[in-house]
Design a protein around this ligand. Structure first.
Ligand code: C2E
Ligand code: MG
Ligand code: MG
Ligand code: MG
Length: 269
């Protein structure tokens, strides 16, 4: 698989980066400062319609412009943010910055923000979202919250109540990396979910492993049957895009249409 650019080296270097507990503590300390000192940045990746390749939304993806280590991808610092509880502060910053970018842009589409289970398990996310929307003037329907499947979320009553509150605000909730977790289908039954993002591990097998084709086909049918949106992640080739269009998938995201970039308006590649 072709890898280029600086960020990809973290994909393999990841586990080695935080070798010792001391290094983790250092990183936690630095991250705390980074959040307040403005070292975090958002990159945005287009989500497109497969016919016409119109940009329907953008996913906000956080990066840390570290003064010494350089541009760090989320895999290099989100685990520390989760364990230290800094994810709550980081998540609040991401939400504000993403909504601000959507409001200032000329694009009519939505902005998608990743929300960690830990943000949802603490009370107050819906209040926070409500305040950010009210202050910015962004139409609630233009904010999409991406949640990854987690057993905790589908069973913790507090998390479900918070999701209901968010839904009542008019914000859309989608399940990220769909198909890789443990509770996928009960999510769709029990929670106010308006869409799924099919994990890119299924996309990479399209046209090569017939099981991947059948699974994506089934998920597209599930989406149609439930009346929820289906976005397929990690589309890298024209061949995959054509197969997806043939299957009846309407929305996709991936390097083929555009890599995450610092500019919101950046047109798809
Ligand atoms: P995700 O939400 O599933 O985001 C998609 C990831 O796949 C991004 O990696 C994106 O750069 C990458 N990607 C997009 N298209 C392609 C493609 O065609 N091929 C390949 N190989 N990869 C593609 P990134 O930016 O490194 O983010 C990784 C994960 O970190 C995200 O996965 C998300 O779970 C988490 N994350 C990112 N930003 C935030 C944030 O602000 N808050 C939280 N809680 N999590 C975040
Ligand atoms: Mg996501
Ligand atoms: Mg995803
Ligand atoms: Mg994914």
């Amino acid at each position: 698989q072709a890898k280029r650019g600086g960020r990809d080296r973290w994909d393999t270097a990841g586990p080695e980066v935080l070798r010792t507990a001391a290094e983790r503590l250092d990183l936690e300390h630095e991250l705390r400062i980074a959040i307040s000192d403005g070292e975090l940045e958002l990159h945005f990746q287009p989500i497109v319609g497969l016919t016409g390749q119109r940009v329907i939304g953008r996913e906000a993806l956080v990066r840390w412009r570290h003064p010494v280590r350089g541009m760090m991808p989320p895999v290099a610092f989100l685990p520390v943010a989760e364990e230290s509880g800094l994810i709550v502060e980081l998540g609040a910053w991401v939400l504000r910055a993403a909504v601000r970018a959507a409001v200032t842009s000329q694009e009519p589409g939505y902005v998608a923000v990743n929300v960690s289970p830990n943000q949802l398990l603490r009370p107050g996310l819906a209040d926070q979202v409500h305040l950010v929307l009210a202050a910015s003037g962004l139409e609630p329907g233009r904010l999409v919250l991406e949640l990854t499947e987690s057993v905790v979320l589908s069973t913790a009553p507090a998390a479900r109540e918070e999701l209901e509150r968010l839904h009542a605000l008019g914000v859309r909730i989608v399940v990220d990396d769909f198909g890789t977790g443990f509770s996928a289908l009960s999510y769709l039954r029990d929670l106010p979910v308006s869409g799924i993002k099919v994990d890119r591990s299924f996309t990479s097998g399209l046209g090569e492993d017939p099981r991947c084709d059948r699974i994506v086909e089934a998920l597209a049918g599930l989406g149609r049957g439930l009346g929820i949106d289906v976005v397929v992640e990690g589309v890298e080739t024209e061949h995959q895009a054509a197969l997806l269009a043939g299957i009846g998938v309407e929305h996709a995201q991936g390097y083929l249409f555009g890599r995450p970039g610092p500019s919101y308006e950046l047109l798809p590649a």
